[in-house]
Design a protein around this ligand. Structure first.
Ligand SMILES: Cc1cc2nc3c(=O)[nH]c(=O)nc-3n(C[C@H](O)[C@H](O)[C@H](O)COP(=O)(O)O)c2cc1C
Length: 352
Protein backbone atom coordinates (compact mmCIF):
# COMPACT_ATOMS: atom_id res chain seq x y z
CA UNK A 1 0.00 0.00 0.00
CA UNK A 2 1.22 3.48 -0.80
CA UNK A 3 2.25 5.71 2.11
CA UNK A 4 2.14 9.04 0.25
CA UNK A 5 -1.38 8.92 -1.18
CA UNK A 6 -3.57 11.55 -2.77
CA UNK A 7 -6.54 12.19 -5.00
CA UNK A 8 -7.09 15.28 -7.11
CA UNK A 9 -10.35 16.79 -8.36
CA UNK A 10 -11.36 19.68 -10.56
CA UNK A 11 -12.20 20.65 -14.12
CA UNK A 12 -10.19 22.93 -16.39
CA UNK A 13 -12.72 25.81 -16.15
CA UNK A 14 -14.35 24.74 -12.88
CA UNK A 15 -14.15 26.72 -9.66
CA UNK A 16 -10.89 25.18 -8.48
CA UNK A 17 -8.56 22.23 -8.53
CA UNK A 18 -8.08 20.40 -5.26
CA UNK A 19 -6.12 17.56 -3.72
CA UNK A 20 -6.17 15.64 -0.47
CA UNK A 21 -2.81 14.18 0.49
CA UNK A 22 -2.55 11.48 3.12
CA UNK A 23 0.54 10.02 4.77
CA UNK A 24 2.77 13.06 5.25
CA UNK A 25 4.39 12.81 8.71
CA UNK A 26 3.70 15.49 11.32
CA UNK A 27 6.22 18.30 11.65
CA UNK A 28 7.11 18.86 7.99
CA UNK A 29 7.76 22.56 7.38
CA UNK A 30 5.33 23.80 4.73
CA UNK A 31 6.80 26.70 2.80
CA UNK A 32 3.87 28.14 0.82
CA UNK A 33 6.21 30.40 -1.19
CA UNK A 34 8.04 27.30 -2.36
CA UNK A 35 4.78 25.64 -3.48
CA UNK A 36 3.71 28.83 -5.28
CA UNK A 37 7.08 29.08 -6.97
CA UNK A 38 6.68 25.54 -8.29
CA UNK A 39 3.20 26.49 -9.60
CA UNK A 40 4.69 29.53 -11.29
CA UNK A 41 7.46 27.41 -12.89
CA UNK A 42 4.73 25.19 -14.44
CA UNK A 43 3.13 28.25 -16.01
CA UNK A 44 6.30 29.40 -17.71
CA UNK A 45 8.17 28.45 -20.85
CA UNK A 46 8.19 29.91 -24.34
CA UNK A 47 5.21 28.85 -26.46
CA UNK A 48 2.45 28.84 -23.82
CA UNK A 49 -1.05 30.02 -24.76
CA UNK A 50 -3.22 32.89 -23.47
CA UNK A 51 -4.66 30.81 -20.61
CA UNK A 52 -1.38 31.21 -18.76
CA UNK A 53 -1.83 35.00 -18.91
CA UNK A 54 -5.18 34.69 -17.11
CA UNK A 55 -4.16 32.20 -14.45
CA UNK A 56 -1.70 33.15 -11.74
CA UNK A 57 -1.72 29.95 -9.76
CA UNK A 58 -1.33 30.05 -6.00
CA UNK A 59 -2.16 27.42 -3.43
CA UNK A 60 -4.53 27.63 -0.50
CA UNK A 61 -4.13 25.05 2.26
CA UNK A 62 -7.38 24.28 4.05
CA UNK A 63 -6.41 21.36 6.29
CA UNK A 64 -3.53 19.38 7.73
CA UNK A 65 -1.18 22.29 8.43
CA UNK A 66 -1.00 24.52 11.50
CA UNK A 67 1.48 27.33 12.10
CA UNK A 68 3.54 26.27 9.10
CA UNK A 69 3.91 22.58 10.01
CA UNK A 70 2.02 19.47 9.00
CA UNK A 71 -0.14 17.80 11.65
CA UNK A 72 0.00 14.26 10.26
CA UNK A 73 -3.65 14.61 9.21
CA UNK A 74 -4.85 14.82 5.58
CA UNK A 75 -3.61 17.95 3.82
CA UNK A 76 -6.05 19.70 1.49
CA UNK A 77 -4.64 21.89 -1.26
CA UNK A 78 -6.75 24.19 -3.42
CA UNK A 79 -5.71 26.07 -6.57
CA UNK A 80 -8.41 28.42 -7.84
CA UNK A 81 -9.14 28.80 -11.56
CA UNK A 82 -9.29 32.55 -12.11
CA UNK A 83 -10.92 31.90 -15.48
CA UNK A 84 -13.94 30.47 -13.60
CA UNK A 85 -15.36 34.00 -13.25
CA UNK A 86 -16.11 34.02 -16.98
CA UNK A 87 -17.26 30.38 -16.96
CA UNK A 88 -19.57 30.29 -13.92
CA UNK A 89 -22.74 29.71 -15.94
CA UNK A 90 -21.08 27.34 -18.38
CA UNK A 91 -19.61 25.19 -15.60
CA UNK A 92 -22.56 25.52 -13.22
CA UNK A 93 -23.51 22.45 -11.15
CA UNK A 94 -27.21 23.50 -11.12
CA UNK A 95 -29.46 21.67 -13.64
CA UNK A 96 -31.52 24.83 -14.33
CA UNK A 97 -28.40 26.58 -15.74
CA UNK A 98 -28.05 24.14 -18.66
CA UNK A 99 -26.65 25.89 -21.73
CA UNK A 100 -24.97 24.96 -25.00
CA UNK A 101 -22.63 27.94 -24.79
CA UNK A 102 -19.07 26.56 -25.31
CA UNK A 103 -20.50 23.12 -26.17
CA UNK A 104 -18.75 21.46 -29.11
CA UNK A 105 -19.17 18.23 -31.00
CA UNK A 106 -16.14 18.02 -33.33
CA UNK A 107 -13.56 15.60 -31.99
CA UNK A 108 -10.05 17.03 -31.57
CA UNK A 109 -7.60 14.41 -32.90
CA UNK A 110 -4.90 13.54 -30.37
CA UNK A 111 -7.23 14.33 -27.46
CA UNK A 112 -9.49 12.21 -25.24
CA UNK A 113 -12.58 13.51 -27.11
CA UNK A 114 -13.52 10.54 -29.32
CA UNK A 115 -12.80 7.63 -26.98
CA UNK A 116 -14.09 9.68 -24.01
CA UNK A 117 -17.39 10.51 -25.72
CA UNK A 118 -18.00 6.81 -26.47
CA UNK A 119 -16.90 5.69 -23.01
CA UNK A 120 -18.93 8.24 -21.04
CA UNK A 121 -21.77 8.52 -23.58
CA UNK A 122 -21.42 12.30 -24.10
CA UNK A 123 -22.37 14.38 -27.15
CA UNK A 124 -21.16 17.68 -25.68
CA UNK A 125 -17.40 17.12 -25.83
CA UNK A 126 -16.92 19.90 -23.26
CA UNK A 127 -17.81 17.14 -20.75
CA UNK A 128 -14.70 15.24 -21.85
CA UNK A 129 -12.33 18.19 -22.38
CA UNK A 130 -12.84 19.65 -18.94
CA UNK A 131 -11.21 16.85 -16.95
CA UNK A 132 -8.94 15.38 -19.64
CA UNK A 133 -7.26 18.79 -20.04
CA UNK A 134 -3.71 19.19 -18.72
CA UNK A 135 -4.95 22.01 -16.48
CA UNK A 136 -5.10 19.43 -13.67
CA UNK A 137 -1.30 19.21 -13.76
CA UNK A 138 -1.35 22.47 -11.73
CA UNK A 139 -2.69 20.71 -8.64
CA UNK A 140 -0.36 17.77 -9.33
CA UNK A 141 2.59 20.16 -9.17
CA UNK A 142 1.31 21.49 -5.83
CA UNK A 143 1.19 17.91 -4.50
CA UNK A 144 4.68 17.34 -5.89
CA UNK A 145 5.89 20.47 -4.11
CA UNK A 146 4.79 18.99 -0.75
CA UNK A 147 6.69 15.79 -1.64
CA UNK A 148 9.71 17.90 -2.60
CA UNK A 149 9.61 19.69 0.77
CA UNK A 150 9.76 16.29 2.48
CA UNK A 151 12.67 15.22 0.28
CA UNK A 152 14.47 18.53 0.89
CA UNK A 153 14.49 17.89 4.64
CA UNK A 154 16.41 14.69 3.81
CA UNK A 155 18.73 16.70 1.52
CA UNK A 156 17.36 15.08 -1.64
CA UNK A 157 16.96 17.63 -4.42
CA UNK A 158 15.54 17.55 -7.93
CA UNK A 159 15.75 19.58 -11.10
CA UNK A 160 14.75 19.29 -14.74
CA UNK A 161 15.56 20.79 -18.10
CA UNK A 162 14.40 20.74 -21.70
CA UNK A 163 16.94 19.10 -24.02
CA UNK A 164 15.13 19.09 -27.36
CA UNK A 165 12.31 21.05 -29.02
CA UNK A 166 11.18 19.58 -32.34
CA UNK A 167 14.41 19.05 -34.26
CA UNK A 168 16.37 21.67 -32.24
CA UNK A 169 18.82 20.19 -29.73
CA UNK A 170 20.55 23.45 -28.78
CA UNK A 171 18.89 25.83 -26.27
CA UNK A 172 19.61 28.86 -28.47
CA UNK A 173 17.40 27.38 -31.21
CA UNK A 174 14.35 26.48 -29.10
CA UNK A 175 12.52 29.82 -29.44
CA UNK A 176 13.15 29.92 -33.17
CA UNK A 177 11.70 26.42 -33.59
CA UNK A 178 8.60 27.40 -31.60
CA UNK A 179 8.17 30.66 -33.56
CA UNK A 180 8.34 28.77 -36.86
CA UNK A 181 5.61 26.39 -35.70
CA UNK A 182 3.47 29.23 -34.35
CA UNK A 183 3.83 31.02 -37.68
CA UNK A 184 2.52 27.95 -39.49
CA UNK A 185 -0.40 27.51 -37.07
CA UNK A 186 1.28 24.27 -36.04
CA UNK A 187 2.68 22.91 -32.76
CA UNK A 188 5.82 21.17 -31.54
CA UNK A 189 6.92 18.70 -28.84
CA UNK A 190 10.26 17.81 -27.36
CA UNK A 191 12.32 16.03 -24.76
CA UNK A 192 13.04 16.82 -21.11
CA UNK A 193 15.19 15.26 -18.42
CA UNK A 194 14.63 15.07 -14.67
CA UNK A 195 17.45 14.52 -12.21
CA UNK A 196 17.33 13.79 -8.46
CA UNK A 197 20.47 13.83 -6.31
CA UNK A 198 21.47 12.33 -3.00
CA UNK A 199 19.12 9.35 -2.99
CA UNK A 200 19.76 6.47 -0.61
CA UNK A 201 20.53 3.03 -2.02
CA UNK A 202 17.61 0.58 -2.09
CA UNK A 203 14.43 2.54 -2.84
CA UNK A 204 12.17 0.13 -4.75
CA UNK A 205 12.75 -3.61 -5.03
CA UNK A 206 13.27 -6.47 -7.46
CA UNK A 207 10.99 -8.89 -5.55
CA UNK A 208 7.76 -8.09 -7.45
CA UNK A 209 7.13 -6.32 -10.77
CA UNK A 210 5.06 -3.58 -9.16
CA UNK A 211 7.75 -2.76 -6.61
CA UNK A 212 10.41 -1.90 -9.21
CA UNK A 213 11.01 1.82 -8.85
CA UNK A 214 11.82 2.22 -12.56
CA UNK A 215 8.36 0.82 -13.36
CA UNK A 216 6.65 3.16 -10.90
CA UNK A 217 8.56 6.17 -12.20
CA UNK A 218 7.82 5.25 -15.80
CA UNK A 219 4.09 5.15 -15.07
CA UNK A 220 4.24 8.47 -13.25
CA UNK A 221 5.93 10.17 -16.22
CA UNK A 222 4.08 8.32 -18.98
CA UNK A 223 0.70 9.32 -17.55
CA UNK A 224 1.46 13.03 -17.95
CA UNK A 225 -0.82 14.22 -20.79
CA UNK A 226 1.08 14.09 -24.11
CA UNK A 227 4.13 12.16 -22.85
CA UNK A 228 4.77 9.23 -25.19
CA UNK A 229 8.28 8.00 -24.29
CA UNK A 230 10.09 7.50 -21.00
CA UNK A 231 13.77 6.63 -20.72
CA UNK A 232 15.77 5.84 -17.62
CA UNK A 233 19.43 6.80 -17.91
CA UNK A 234 21.05 6.51 -21.32
CA UNK A 235 18.97 5.00 -24.12
CA UNK A 236 20.71 1.59 -24.50
CA UNK A 237 19.81 1.13 -28.16
CA UNK A 238 22.96 0.49 -30.21
CA UNK A 239 25.31 0.12 -27.25
CA UNK A 240 27.49 -2.93 -26.64
CA UNK A 241 27.31 -4.40 -23.14
CA UNK A 242 30.92 -3.51 -22.50
CA UNK A 243 30.19 0.15 -23.31
CA UNK A 244 26.84 0.47 -21.58
CA UNK A 245 27.13 -1.09 -18.13
CA UNK A 246 28.47 0.99 -15.27
CA UNK A 247 31.57 -0.56 -13.73
CA UNK A 248 31.95 -0.52 -9.95
CA UNK A 249 35.01 1.24 -8.52
CA UNK A 250 36.27 2.54 -5.18
CA UNK A 251 36.17 6.35 -5.10
CA UNK A 252 37.27 8.23 -1.94
CA UNK A 253 37.08 4.95 -0.02
CA UNK A 254 33.46 4.28 -1.06
CA UNK A 255 31.93 1.92 -3.63
CA UNK A 256 30.63 3.86 -6.62
CA UNK A 257 30.00 3.52 -10.36
CA UNK A 258 32.48 4.70 -12.98
CA UNK A 259 29.63 5.94 -15.23
CA UNK A 260 25.86 6.32 -14.81
CA UNK A 261 24.23 4.96 -17.97
CA UNK A 262 21.71 3.14 -15.75
CA UNK A 263 20.37 6.49 -14.53
CA UNK A 264 20.74 5.55 -10.87
CA UNK A 265 18.57 2.42 -10.97
CA UNK A 266 19.67 -1.24 -11.13
CA UNK A 267 17.36 -4.20 -10.51
CA UNK A 268 14.42 -1.92 -9.79
CA UNK A 269 16.26 -0.17 -6.93
CA UNK A 270 18.11 3.10 -6.55
CA UNK A 271 21.86 2.39 -6.56
CA UNK A 272 23.21 5.57 -4.99
CA UNK A 273 23.92 7.39 -8.26
CA UNK A 274 21.85 10.34 -9.47
CA UNK A 275 18.40 9.39 -10.74
CA UNK A 276 18.11 10.41 -14.38
CA UNK A 277 14.83 10.00 -16.21
CA UNK A 278 13.70 11.63 -19.42
CA UNK A 279 10.46 11.88 -21.36
CA UNK A 280 9.31 12.90 -24.81
CA UNK A 281 6.21 15.07 -25.19
CA UNK A 282 4.29 14.82 -28.45
CA UNK A 283 3.37 18.03 -30.32
CA UNK A 284 0.36 19.77 -28.75
CA UNK A 285 -2.74 18.32 -30.49
CA UNK A 286 -4.85 21.51 -30.67
CA UNK A 287 -3.73 23.55 -33.68
CA UNK A 288 -4.69 26.86 -35.26
CA UNK A 289 -4.56 25.07 -38.60
CA UNK A 290 -7.11 22.43 -37.66
CA UNK A 291 -6.89 18.74 -38.50
CA UNK A 292 -9.69 16.88 -40.24
CA UNK A 293 -12.16 15.14 -38.01
CA UNK A 294 -15.79 14.11 -37.56
CA UNK A 295 -18.70 15.89 -35.86
CA UNK A 296 -20.40 13.47 -33.47
CA UNK A 297 -23.84 15.14 -33.86
CA UNK A 298 -24.02 15.56 -37.65
CA UNK A 299 -21.80 12.49 -38.30
CA UNK A 300 -20.15 14.50 -41.09
CA UNK A 301 -16.46 15.07 -41.74
CA UNK A 302 -15.33 18.55 -40.72
CA UNK A 303 -12.44 20.43 -39.05
CA UNK A 304 -11.39 20.03 -35.40
CA UNK A 305 -12.60 22.42 -32.70
CA UNK A 306 -9.99 25.03 -31.73
CA UNK A 307 -9.78 26.48 -28.26
CA UNK A 308 -6.91 28.73 -27.15
CA UNK A 309 -3.93 26.50 -26.76
CA UNK A 310 -0.18 26.20 -26.21
CA UNK A 311 2.14 25.91 -29.21
CA UNK A 312 4.73 24.17 -27.05
CA UNK A 313 4.58 23.13 -23.37
CA UNK A 314 7.69 20.96 -22.96
CA UNK A 315 9.16 23.22 -20.28
CA UNK A 316 5.95 23.05 -18.25
CA UNK A 317 5.85 19.29 -18.82
CA UNK A 318 9.35 18.93 -17.35
CA UNK A 319 8.18 20.72 -14.16
CA UNK A 320 5.20 18.35 -13.97
CA UNK A 321 7.57 15.39 -14.40
CA UNK A 322 9.82 16.70 -11.62
CA UNK A 323 6.76 16.82 -9.33
CA UNK A 324 5.65 13.31 -10.26
CA UNK A 325 9.10 11.86 -9.58
CA UNK A 326 8.95 13.58 -6.18
CA UNK A 327 5.63 11.76 -5.35
CA UNK A 328 7.18 8.38 -6.06
CA UNK A 329 10.42 9.12 -4.19
CA UNK A 330 8.52 10.46 -1.15
CA UNK A 331 6.34 7.35 -1.18
CA UNK A 332 9.33 5.01 -1.43
CA UNK A 333 11.14 6.87 1.38
CA UNK A 334 8.10 6.59 3.64
CA UNK A 335 7.70 2.90 2.77
CA UNK A 336 11.34 2.12 3.53
CA UNK A 337 12.00 4.31 6.54
CA UNK A 338 8.54 5.13 7.95
CA UNK A 339 7.72 7.53 10.77
CA UNK A 340 4.71 9.37 12.11
CA UNK A 341 6.66 12.58 12.54
CA UNK A 342 9.58 14.10 10.68
CA UNK A 343 11.98 13.59 13.61
CA UNK A 344 11.21 9.88 13.58
CA UNK A 345 11.58 9.68 9.79
CA UNK A 346 14.90 11.56 9.93
CA UNK A 347 16.18 9.26 12.70
CA UNK A 348 15.32 6.17 10.64
CA UNK A 349 16.78 7.74 7.52
CA UNK A 350 20.06 8.79 9.15
CA UNK A 351 20.43 5.41 10.85
CA UNK A 352 20.29 3.57 7.53
C1 LIG B 1 1.74 21.14 -19.25
C2 LIG B 1 0.90 20.68 -20.39
C3 LIG B 1 0.21 21.61 -21.15
C4 LIG B 1 -0.58 21.20 -22.23
N1 LIG B 1 -1.24 22.16 -22.96
C5 LIG B 1 -2.01 21.77 -23.99
C6 LIG B 1 -2.69 22.76 -24.77
O1 LIG B 1 -2.62 23.97 -24.51
N2 LIG B 1 -3.44 22.32 -25.81
C7 LIG B 1 -3.54 20.99 -26.13
O2 LIG B 1 -4.22 20.66 -27.09
N3 LIG B 1 -2.91 20.04 -25.41
C8 LIG B 1 -2.14 20.40 -24.35
N4 LIG B 1 -1.48 19.43 -23.63
C9 LIG B 1 -1.56 18.02 -24.05
C10 LIG B 1 -2.94 17.40 -23.90
O3 LIG B 1 -3.44 17.62 -22.60
C11 LIG B 1 -2.88 15.90 -24.21
O4 LIG B 1 -2.22 15.66 -25.40
C12 LIG B 1 -4.30 15.33 -24.30
O5 LIG B 1 -4.95 15.45 -23.05
C13 LIG B 1 -4.37 13.87 -24.74
O6 LIG B 1 -3.64 13.04 -23.89
P1 LIG B 1 -2.49 12.08 -24.45
O7 LIG B 1 -1.65 12.96 -25.35
O8 LIG B 1 -1.74 11.64 -23.24
O9 LIG B 1 -3.15 10.99 -25.21
C14 LIG B 1 -0.68 19.83 -22.55
C15 LIG B 1 0.01 18.89 -21.77
C16 LIG B 1 0.79 19.31 -20.70
C17 LIG B 1 1.54 18.30 -19.89
Amino acid sequence: MNKFRFLTAGESHGKCLSAIIEGVPAGLNIDIDFINNELSRRQQGYGRGDRMKIENDTVEITSGVRFGKTLGSPITLVVKNRDFESWQKIMSVAPEDITDEKAFSTFRPGHADYAGSVKYNQKDLRNILERSSARKTAIEVAVGAVAKLLLKELEITGSSKVIQIGSACCTAEFKEEIDIMRGKGDTVGGKFVVQYKNLPIGLGSFVHWDRKIDGRLAQAIMSIPAVKTVEIGTNPLGYQGSQYHDELVIKDGEISHKTNHAGGIEGGMTNGEDLIISGVMKPIPTMRTPLKTVDCCSMKETEAHFERSDVCAVEACSVVAEARVAWILADEILLKYGGDCMDELKRHFKGS
